[in-house]
Each structure stands twice: as C-alpha cells, then as structure tokens.
Design a protein around this ligand. Sequence first.
Ligand code: IMP
Length: 182
Amino acid sequence: MKPIFKAHDLSFEEMIDEATIHARVQEMGTQLQELYFDKNPLFIGVLNGAFLFAADLIRAFESPCEIDFVRMSSYKGLRSTGQVTITLESKIEIKGRHLIIVEDIVDTGNTLYAFCQDIEKQEPASVAIATLLIKPEAVQHNLKVDFVGFEIPPKFVIGCGLDYNEQGRHLRGIYQLITSIF
Ligand code: IMP
C-alpha cells in the first residue's frame, strides 16, 4: 500500500518516492554542471515551494555558483488565482549573469511567464528554467522549460516543498490528492 498523508481536510497518497526524486535531482545537477561549470550561474529559487529542490540542486552542482530567492504567489488553496504577485525581489545584479530559475512545479505557467518577462528587462546573459515537476496538460503559455525533473498529470500534489495551505512541504516524496469517487 502507498503511504498516505492527511493535510487539513484532505488525504494524499505517494506518487513519486524519495529515492526516485533524489536520483533524478542528482542527474539534473550533473546535466547543469556539464553546461554551466565555468559560468558561475546565479540560481534563483522561487519561494516558498522551491526551497528544498533548490538546496538539493545546488548541492548536486559541484562548481562555483550563487543562489538567491524571490517570492511570488498565484495559488490559494488548491487553485491558481491567475494573478501573479512578486513580493520579494532578488537584490543581486542580474545584468550579464547566467540565470537558472528554480521552480517547484510549473502548472499553468503564469508565475514563470510573468517573472521571465520581468527579468529579461534586466539583460541577463542567459535565462534557463529548472523545475522539479511540470503538468504539461495545464501549461497555458509558450514557456521554454529547459530542465524538468518529472512530468505529472494535472493533479494537485504536495511534498518536497509543495504545500496545501502550508501543510505537507516537509514530505520527502511527492503525494497526490486522493479524489473521492462519491
Ligand atoms: P503556475 O503559475 O500555475 O505555473 O503555478 C506555479 C505555482 O503554483 C507553483 O510554484 C506552486 O507554488 C503552485 N502550484 C501549482 N500546482 C501546484 C500543486 O499541484 N500543488 C501545490 N502547489 C501548486
């Protein structure tokens, strides 16, 4: 039986286990290492959800790099509100830097689309997106996502930094919402 986690009023069951996630994040780190080892890239993690993935990813990247975080939000409970708010901006100079934006999940793509448009104005040398998860069926923008951990169906998930009303971020696996048939 798959592990179950209860958060608030809802139940979630494991979709991707810790070992599988760990192995994939190591692979992504190695791939980034091959491309960016001499570029001192600036990783920009999107808070709160990407804090764990960003930490694991830069530890799998074994060359000089820097990290900063921004905070954006578009989700309330189980749904995207469609409006993206950037509440914490990176203080590091971005002009001329090789950026790797680190997201926990790309769902509609609203958050990253808005952020990338904003960041391009600051003339970085390059911009790449690395996400742990993507829901390809939900993406609504022509967004180039360069590094993807796992493609998942359009289900609501928690774990590895992702939450349901702040619960479940600590889970080492990815857990999907169990939808009742009644
Ligand atoms: P997007 O702007 O619709 O792509 O959504 C991006 C943000 O919404 C992510 O960074 C998450 O914080 C949140 N989000 C999207 N899907 C989920 C989910 O299945 N579980 C938890 N949070 C999610």
